[in-house]
Design a protein around this ligand. Structure first.
Ligand SMILES: NC(=O)c1ccc[n+]([C@@H]2O[C@H](COP(=O)([O-])OP(=O)(O)OC[C@H]3O[C@@H](n4cnc5c(N)ncnc54)[C@H](OP(=O)(O)O)[C@@H]3O)[C@@H](O)[C@H]2O)c1
Length: 276
């Protein structure tokens, strides 16, 4: 495993995504992922699977402190008071007294960031979240919370894979002792179509997906949280620690980025940063 150190905490750089896993399927998948060796699990209030994830962690036969657990506050819960009680509800479902990382899922404009950051700080002060972060925030929004509001935000979880450059966000997190978590790191399966990834993978005896995940983890302060329902995919995505990429291979994969590479941009998304 590769670890990212932030605020004296070690974050396993490869995590397990759980969006669209629910019920028994979700509990079985997370249990299998932990069995395979994943120690970083990503969920969210809106995924409606926190109880299923919690059941898997509680039944895994390992200490709670072995798992780096992230959840995200949904957009309708960001007001003062609602945020804190929604986190209590999440912790109850997750069967734990704290999460390791608590994120604001999407930037919501009608509740001031100052109010949201204050509520997050209260949750942290109460010991219910070890680290705080955001998700889908632009550089301008990160500047507001980190520099103007001085909130202890250490993470931005954003879509990141070879087809989408995140250079502005990467530059910002690297200048501010933060880390980036890459969601949809396999471009929801589409990385398998890349000629460049196929070619590099063939040389290394790896799949295009494994090459994409390795490319993410070789970048400073980048974590990745691929989702997989099948054991085969879970194992494949975990087998990325026995090879590395050359500078030239890294550069060729960066060059796969394209203007229309973003896959997730709902109506409520902010005006995204454009890579130069
Ligand atoms: N913060 C946010 O707004 C946000 C948004 C989106 C996602 N996320 C987080 O990021 C996680 C990952 O993103 P994602 O689920 O959108 O996409 P992803 O991880 O890029 O891709 C998941 C898809 O790829 C397939 N897959 C996984 N491993 C594979 C392999 N080795 N070979 C071939 N196909 C493979 C999966 O199939 P099977 O499941 O059938 O194995 C699934 O269809 C989510 O689960 C969630 O935790 C966060």
């Amino acid at each position: 495993m590769i670890f990212i150190t932030v605020d004296d905490k070690n974050v396993p750089a490869l995590g397990f995504g759980t969006w669209q896993l629910r019920g028994k399927e979700c509990t079985a998948a997370v249990a299998k992922a932990i069995d395979i060796g994943y120690r970083h699990i990503d969920t969210a209030q809106i995924y409606e699977n926190e109880a299923d994830v919690g059941a898997a962690i509680a039944g895994a036969g390992i200490e709670r402190k072995e798992i780096f657990l992230t959840t995200k506050v949904w957009m309708t819960n960001v007001k003062d008071g609602a945020l804190q009680s929604s986190v209590d509800e999440s912790l109850k479902k997750l069967k734990t007294d704290h999460v390791d990382l608590l994120l604001i899922h999407w930037p919501v404009k009608d509740v001031p960031f100052a109010e949201q950051m204050k509520s997050l700080a209260q949750v942290k002060a109460a010991g219910k979240a070890r680290l705080l972060g955001v998700s889908n925030f632009t550089v301008a929004q990160m500047k507001e919370v980190v520099e103007e509001l001085k909130a202890p935000i250490v993470n931005n979880q954003v879509e990141y894979h070879p087809y989408l450059s995140q250079q502005p966000v990467l530059d910002y997190i690297n200048e501010h002792n933060m880390f980036l978590t890459a969601y949809s790191p396999l471009a929801r399966g589409k990385v398998n179509d890349s000629k460049v990834l196929k070619e590099i993978g063939k040389k290394l005896g790896k799949t295009p997906g494994q090459v994409a995940l390795r490319w993410l983890l070789e970048q400073d302060n980048v974590a990745a949280i691929p989702k997989a329902a099948s054991e085969k995919h879970m194992r494949e995505n975990f087998e990325i620690f026995d090879f590395s990429l050359t500078e030239d291979e890294m550069r060729r994969i960066h060059a796969e980025a394209r203007p229309d590479g973003r896959m997730i941009s709902p109506d409520w998304a902010p005006k995204w940063d454009k890579a130069a």
